[in-house]
Design a protein around this ligand. Structure first.
Ligand SMILES: C[S@@+](CC[C@H](N)C(=O)[O-])C[C@H]1O[C@@H](n2cnc3c(N)ncnc32)[C@H](O)[C@@H]1O
Length: 181
């Protein structure tokens, strides 16, 4: 598995990406003010910053990534957007997403294919979800085949996650999962 180098994130986390989909539109059905959210492999904050806007001052976004440089860029961007105080950056390692409080919603956007042990990772995410919380996986169609995505979903099912929807999002394979049927 190859982890996206931090500097490469500038090529896809930019204004042009908002022409494909707006993070607020993707998140709106699942996120309410006051919620605690988890952004896994947050990168430079394309989703974390939108999450922080949507949860308001009573909510929290836990933004997790392997790379300190990328967390630093994300927090600088969050400061410029005046939402840094709602974000808790966390540098994880590739075996452990870290100890986190239970969350109302989790997102793994364009990162699952980079995780070496997906069963371990998905088991940890499942354990972090509150009952009936939702977990959205997005993978890039230009990089991840339909078959590879199906394999990831089979692993998700094995660890106890249940698919409840597949929202249509431009250029993306998607699955909305829950820890309860
Ligand atoms: C292609 S970028 C996507 C970033 C962001 N989710 C977005 O949509 O803009 C993938 C990110 O996942 C991170 N990553 C890869 N493996 C990870 C892991 N096991 N745990 C946490 N983050 C990881 C990388 O460091 C990188 O920042």
């Amino acid at each position: 598995m190859c982890v996206c180098p931090w500097w490469l994130a500038y090529t896809f986390d930019n204004r042009l990406r908002r022409l494909l989909y707006k993070p607020e539109t993707v998140l709106n059905p699942y996120v309410k003010p006051g919620m605690t959210l988890l952004d896994l492999g947050c990168g430079m904050g394309f989703f974390s910053i939108a999450m922080a806007s949507l949860v308001g001052d009573t909510g929290t976004v836990i933004a997790v990534d392997l790379q300190q440089q990328i967390l630093d860029v994300m927090m600088n961007r969050a400061s410029r957007a005046n939402v840094a105080h709602r974000i808790r950056p966390y540098r994880c390692n590739d075996e452990d997403i870290g100890p986190h409080t239970s969350v109302d919603f989790a997102l793994a956007c364009y990162m699952l294919h980079e995780v070496p042990d997906r069963a371990r990772f998905l088991r940890q995410v499942c354990a972090t979800l509150k009952p009936k919380a939702r977990f959205l996986i997005m993978e890039p169609k230009f990089h991840v085949t339909k078959r590879a995505f199906a394999t990831s979903l089979a692993i998700a099912t094995e660890v106890g996650l249940v698919q409840v929807d597949a929202p249509v999002i431009s250029m993306s394979h998607t699955a909305l999962l829950s820890n309860e049927a």
